[in-house]
Design a protein around this ligand. Structure first.
Ligand code: F6P
Length: 759
């Protein structure tokens, strides 16, 4: 649409609105003027009557006498003054007896009303034009004591001032009509421009740029309707998600044996979704805005959920609902908490939802991370279960479920619930919308039934999860533990061939989906010289120029086996002093859950342990351990992984651990050694790593030696096999498996299933 057309529409609208308002105001002004005229006329008639009444006694007396005497007795009493032109007296036969001196010119105008008054014997009031003035004539019959008409008395006024007043009123009304119309036109045009024209023009330009240039800028703000803004965000995200390939892909392409790529997943997702919306819901958001130097800055939280799900949403488009926990999250989202992400390259919608501090304390820090986290990770950390935390957990799950229900209102959807924070959400969703396809993926291990039964709300958690059509874990072992747990605690039918649980009319499949990553090659990371420079800068900044690097990247969490790792490093250098000064262990640690005392204490514990070991082993120019505690962005993590000849992952218990796979992916040169805990799920996928028991300091330190001394040929062979595995079983394949399995789950049941606890 041409801009001119926009303008004329705005003007037409404002002319229409102003014209209608002008007509209404004009009509009202006209009514007002008429009212004023009538009331002035009434006033004049009243005044006329009172004058006539006051003169009537004298006139009646005069009428008793013959004409000449009567006229003399009236003398000048019939003369007027000001607007009263004068009085006139007529005999009952219509003859003029006497009149005021100024009346002579108008006597002709009096004949008709006088005749009428004498004929009807009643008062006559009328307005008559005479020359260039308006006459107000009042004719009053005069009766004697017997009621016989002795004559009539006429009071004559110049009423031209009434017309003048009316004209003045009309001119004043016209003036205000003009002012109001102009004002309304201006205000309507300005409002139309600000609220509709401008945003829509910007939207048009933005859509054109998106379509033609594939531009990455955000949709214009302040669209006239929030639903339009939401749909625009989604449209943009979907278009961007679709930009490098067509949405129409034959099933042949989907069936191909080629590697799983973003495009292939996208095509596959279209087949699985059948037009349904894709909704992801998790506690942790993929992009969090934090204030830095007073400005909001987007950071990607250190989280397995984020690492895994962000590329999936970027490929498929959709909506990700998550808790907005950043201190600048409110100000960077719209009124509904929505924004498109990744920032500057919108591919899907992030819908933030808000929790109060109290809710967050009970639900996230309390039940999720002091209760379920240690319950599911077998690291000899006691879970803490508080009734108040459980209540907050239930309420927060309700909030997440409501956000999903709101987002899916009126449309069909596939909902991927993420992780242990939201165990109750599947059942809550199905209770309201049995037609939704709901999967829950548990990113952490599932313990054996003996461990799980310590949870006072074990039944509710299981019932909540079994609301889903599909429950996913990383490992078959976790699926087995889960089914064992369900078997012991709920009255259900478990099909061990099919790996499913049936409760009433609802069936839940339980399947392993070993999660993976998007390769670094696909992300916008510096390469070539830029990467070399970045590595040189980092080495320079941290005094690492002269040594080889071994790296670990973790959230600071007691499940990650960091003290065990530090002890193994200490043992390694003690037993193999020839390596001192030649290799440095860099620990990148992202502070995590620091409101929980155990996590704060843990940070202090590893800092003092690193300090103790450094103190013992350091030389003048070298320290064995560099503990870098901070939120490290993806580029920094990538550079460290790329420069490290060894990567150490020593979780005491871990669902998968994606750092292991990220290291493999970062080593594009095919070199490098991975030392990996046997208790991390990744150990099943990467048997070519040096697998260690992190509790066994001797074995662990020997693995470190092996890693450092491994011949290049063996390093390359192992790394080659690991890279092939990670490339083949990447995050796209994981998502495709999950979506395929969820899409194939049975027809939605209208009954809400809830297995009863075993008694
Ligand atoms: O690896 C996945 C995971 O451990 C999640 O289960 C967890 O939510 C996340 O990484 C990081 O923890 P948080 O969300 O508490 O920062």
């Amino acid at each position: 649409m041409k801009p001119a057309a926009h303008t004329s529409k705005a003007i037409r609208l404002s002319v229409l609105v102003a014209g209608m308002a002008g007509l209404a105001v004009g009509f009202m002004a006209w009514q007002q003027v008429k009212l004023e005229y009538r009331s002035s006329l009434d006033d004049l008639s009243r005044r006329s009557r009172s004058i006539a009444f006051r003169a009537s006694l004298t006139v009646k007396e005069a009428l008793k006498h013959p004409d000449v005497e009567a006229a003399r007795s009236l003398g000048t009493r019939l003369d007027g003054h000001s607007r009263l032109l004068g009085l006139a007296v007529y005999r009952p036969d219509g003859r003029l007896l006497s009149s005021g001196s100024a009346i002579d010119d108008y006597l002709g105008a009096l004949t008709a009303p006088v005749t009428r008054a004498l004929g009807t014997q009643a008062e006559v009031v009328e307005m008559t034009p005479a020359g260039d003035i308006q006459l107000h004539i009042l004719v009053t019959p005069l009766r004697d004591e017997q009621g016989v008409i002795g004559g009539v008395l006429v009071a004559l006024h110049d009423a031209s001032y009434l017309d003048d007043r009316m004209t003045e009123g009309l001119v004043r009304g016209a003036f205000w009509i003009l002012v109001i119309t102009m004002l309304l036109m201006t205000v309507t045009a300005a409002l139309t421009w600000t609220v509709y024209e401008r945003p829509l023009r910007l939207l048009t330009g933005w859509m054109r740029r998106l379509r033609v240039e594939n531009a990455a800028d955000e949709p214009p703000p302040a669209l006239p309707d929030s639903a339009l803004a939401t749909e625009t965000d989604r449209l943009a995200a979907s278009l961007r998600a679709a930009r490098s390939s067509s949405w129409t892909v034959s099933s042949e392409a989907v069936q191909t044996d080629k590697a799983w790529t973003r495009e292939r997943l996208r095509a596959h997702a279209i087949e699985c979704l059948h037009g349904d919306q894709l909704i992801v819901v998790s506690n942790r958001e993929p992009y969090m805005h934090q204030l830095k130097d007073g400005e909001p800055r987007a950071i990607v939280p250190a989280s397995g959920v984020v690492t895994a799900m962000d590329p999936v949403l970027q490929a498929c488009g959709g909506v990700w609902i998550a808790h907005g926990a950043g201190d600048a999250d409110h100000e960077t989202a719209d009124a509904e908490g929505r924004l498109t992400v990744p920032p500057g390259d919108a591919r899907y919608t992030l819908r933030r939802m808000w929790l109060t501090r109290e809710e967050e304390a009970g639900y996230y820090y309390g039940f999720s991370n002091e209760g379920l986290w240690p319950l599911c990770h077998l690291v000899h950390e006691r879970p803490v279960f508080r009734a108040s935390d459980w209540e907050a957990y239930r309420l927060a799950n309700r909030k997440f479920a409501d956000a999903v229900l709101e987002e899916t209102k009126g449309s069909r959807a596939m909902v991927l619930v993420q992780d242990y924070h939201l165990a109750l959400v599947p059942q809550m969703l199905k209770a309201s919308r049995p037609d939704l396809k709901v999967g829950i993926f548990w990113h952490i291990p599932w313990p054996n039934p003996e461990a799980f039964r310590t949870c006072p709300w074990r039944v509710e958690i299981l019932q909540g999860m079994l609301g889903a059509d599909l429950v996913g874990f990383h490992l078959q072992q976790h699926c087995n533990n889960f089914l064992d747990t369900v078997d012991r605690m709920l009255e259900t039918r478990i099909d061990w061939d099919d790996f499913s649980v049936a409760a009433k009319a609802h069936k839940t499949l339980v399947r392993p989906f070993p999660i993976s990553i998007q390769s670094w090659a696909e992300r916008a990371m510096p390469g070539g010289e830029a990467l070399q420079k970045q590595i040189a800068d980092l080495k320079d900044r941290h005094g690492l120029e002269d040594t080889a690097i071994a790296v670990s990247v973790d959230r600071i969490d007691y499940t990650k086996g960091i003290p065990e790792r530090l002890r193994a490093i200490e043992r390694f250098f003690e037993q193999h002093p020839q390596h001192r000064g030649r290799i440095t262990f860099v620990q990148l640690g992202a502070p995590s859950r620091t409101h929980i005392r155990r996590y704060r204490d843990f940070l202090t514990e590893i800092e003092s342990l690193a300090d103790e070991i450094n103190w013992k082993l350091q030389t003048e120019r070298w320290k064995p351990i560099r503990l870098l505690v901070s939120h490290h962005d993806a580029a920094t993590v990538h550079a460290f992984l790329r420069m490290a000849s060894v990567c150490v992952v020593s979780s005491l218990h871990d669902g998968m651990n994606l750092v292991a796979k990220e290291y493999v992916s970062a080593r594009e040169d095919g070199d490098g050694v991975l030392v990996l805990s046997e208790f991390a799920g990744a150990a099943r996928d990467l048997p070519d790593a040096l697998i260690v028991n992190p509790y066994d300091t001797g074995e662990f330190s020997e693995a470190l030696r092996q890693a450092v001394e491994m011949p290049p040929k063996e390093r390359k062979e192992r790394m080659g096999r690991m890279r092939a595995a990670v490339e083949e079983r990447n995050i796209y394949r994981w998502a495709a498996d999950l979506l395929t399995t969820l899409a194939r789950t049975g027809k939605p049941s209208t009954l809400t299933a809830e297995a009863s606890p075993r008694t």
